[in-house]
Each structure stands twice: as C-alpha cells, then as structure tokens.
Design a protein around this ligand. Structure first.
Ligand SMILES: *Cc1c(COP(=O)(O)O)cnc(C)c1O
Ligand code: SF4
Length: 344
C-alpha cells in the first residue's frame, strides 16, 4: 500500500473521533454527517490551530448545514446537462468528466455536496464517457473532476488519460484536484512522471487560505511544476475563511511563489447545506478592488459566478442591479440575460 492510501485509512470520519481531540460535542454533529459525510486527513487535521479557524471551518461539520435544506442540491443543473451520467456537457467545446466521487477531505462548502462521498453520485463509466467524447468532435478540452481525480490509483488515471489522448480532437486535458491541499503525499514522483506523458495537461488546484501552503504542499506543487504541468488555482470565496482582502492577497502571493497562477475566485454556488459560508457579491468585488493594480497582474484571478441553471460562468462584477434592488442581471456567453439574487 502506498503512503497516501495509508493516510486515507487513517482519516477522521466521525464527529466522535473529533471530540476526542477537541472540546466539541460530537453527538449533535452525527446528524449532519449522516446526510453530508465527513472525512479529514491526518495532515489537514494537523493544520487546525484552534476550533473555528479557517481550516476547521472548511472541514468540520456544522449544525448550520441542516438549516439550509431549502436550496437546491444541484443549482447548476449538472445532472440535466449530463448526456452520460457523470459527464457534464454545458459548453460546446469542453466537458467535465466526474472520474471519482470521493475526496481526501469532504469540504463543507462543496458545490457537489449532493453526491460527493455519498452513494448518490457515480463516476461516468470510462467506456461510455470516451465514446461520447470521441463522437463529438467539437470537444477540445476535457476537465477531469469529481470528487477528486487524484484519489484514483495511478494506473486508472493513466488508462483514462491514455484513452483521451487517442481521440484526435481532444487538445487539452485539465485535472481539478485538491490533493496538494489536503493530501500532499498523493503527489509522488511516479504520479508526476505518469502525468508528464499526457501533455498538454493542466492541473487546477484549490487552495482557499494562505495557511494551506506548507512545506508539504509546496513539495507536491514543485513535483507537478517540474513535470512541466502549468498550475492554476481555483479559490472559493468563503465567509470566515478568506472573505478578507488581506488574506486573499497573501494567498495569491504565496501561490505565485510556488508557480501556481491564480485562475478563478468563485462566488460560492447557492448549494444546499452551505449557507454559513455565503458572502454577498460586494464582498468579492471589494476583494478584487484590493488586488487589481495593488499587486502583480499575475496575482489577480477572475472573479466569477456560475449562473444558476447551468447558464455558464460570468464575470461576477459585471452584474447590473435590477430595479427590484435585489437581483443582479448578467449577460452570459450566449447573450442571454440571467438573474442572480445575492444571498442575504
Ligand atoms: C466551469 C466549467 C467548465 C470550465 O470552465 P472554464 O471557464 O473553461 O474553466 C466547463 N464545464 C462546466 C460544466 C463547468 O462548470
Ligand atoms: S475536494 Fe472539491 S469535490 Fe471534493 S469535497 Fe472538496 S470541494 Fe468538493
């Protein structure tokens, strides 16, 4: 067994185990984890300095998750937009392929909370996904996602990448992963060597707080960058974690130190069970204003909203306030006008 597989076996997966480590009432949280599973790697647990801190908030279940069941579990309509279960085809030239439904840490704010780590979501069967992509020549960009693609063993990931590389119209493959953040030992020299055989391959990782950048995660990033893989980062704007211009600026600077180019800051999707992380649009706009011009352009990502109903990502600061004073109107890539109502 590899070291990272052993780490996965040693994860904290129940509130009771956590209450042995911190002063915490485990029992009320058990109700949360029957609905939304919990898993924290030993490494990520070690980054917590005190209960309620930005690392804690991202991984420890909160009662508030159960107070937010009126929102949709799938506001982006991913399931409707999946011609093969687990293969989301929303934009003409690119698809998201869910290759794994588990993660090293179950983030409490996850936009696929409806199924990640539960029985409700399935990875797309490899043969069906490959056949669909092969028969749609307009698809030039394939995004492997999940769950976390790096929870697959190297040989399975290699088989997927090999199959994709046999399709002439697939130009670019991207992997979205949080492994460098939550399970850095997953990034081994063998993994980097295997990935290198499938260029042009991009990796987008998901750091949300400067304290997640540690010697261990830096080593994982260096292995990937040294394999010639361009690295990007997608951050989710989260209340009590990074909804602060100073924290965000420090995060962006630290990413650049490790050859990671900030790509997106996401307005958090209006997903069931995540209300305690929501911020208003003006918060993200203020964060962006504190970055643009005040620091290197390289450190300035795009601030985006993924519009409800799978209408696509738009620049989050491009909204026009509707006369009702509550809804923002955005024009998507198809020229459609779509409303988005800020959380209150
Ligand atoms: C975000 C997303 C993409 C990729 O968007 P980019 O802006 O190209 O990074 C593709 N498909 C779906 C369904 C998405 O949610
Ligand atoms: S790593 Fe990504 S997919 Fe997995 S729980 Fe966290 S946000 Fe969701």
């Amino acid at each position: 067994m590899e070291a990272w597989e052993k780490s996965l076996q040693n994860c904290v997966t129940s509130p009771e185990e956590l209450s042995g480590l911190f002063r915490l009432q485990g029992a009320p949280l058990a109700e949360v984890t029957t609905r939304f599973p919990m898993r924290i790697t030993p490494y990520y647990l070690g980054l917590i300095e005190e209960p309620g801190d930005p690392i804690w908030r991202q991984c420890v279940p909160d009662r508030a998750e159960l107070d937010d069941l009126s929102q949709s579990p799938d506001p982006l309509d991913e399931e409707r937009l999946s011609p093969v279960p687990g293969l989301i085809h929303r934009y003409p030239d690119r698809v998201v392929w869910i290759v794994s439904t588990s993660c090293a840490v179950y983030c409490r704010f996850c936009m696929r909370k409806r199924g990640v780590g539960c029985s409700g979501m399935e990875a797309a069967p490899v043969d069906e996904a490959v056949a669909y992509i092969a028969s749609h020549p307009q698809i030039r960009d394939v995004i492997l996602s999940g769950g976390d693609p790096l929870l697959l063993p190297d040989h399975r990931l290699d088989a997927i990448l090999t199959a994709l590389r046999r399709i002439p119209h697939v130009e670019v493959v991207r992997i979205g992963t949080r492994a460098p953040v939550t399970l850095p030992e997953r990034v081994t020299p063998e993994l980097a060597r295997m990935l290198k055989r499938h260029h042009p391959l991009y990796v987008n990782t998901h750091f949300n707080h400067p304290r997640e950048i540690t010697p261990q995660s830096a080593k994982a990033l260096a292995l990937l960058a040294d394999a010639g893989i361009p690295l990007g980062n997608q951050t989710v704007l989260l209340k009590g974690v990074n909804d602060d211009p100073e924290v965000m600026r420090l995060l962006m600077h630290r990413l650049l130190l490790h050859r990671v180019r900030p790509y997106y800051i996401h307005q958090m999707d209006l997903v069931q069970g995540t209300a305690h992380f929501r911020t208003r649009l003006e918060k993200g706009i203020a964060v962006m204003a504190a970055l643009r011009g005040h620091t290197s352009g390289l450190a300035v990502p795009h601030y985006v909203i993924d519009l409800p109903g799978g209408k696509g990502k738009v620049d989050a600061s491009s909204g026009r306030l509707h006369p009702d004073g509550k809804t923002f109107l955005f024009t998507n890539y198809l020229g459609e006008e779509i409303g988005y109502t800020d959380p209150t």
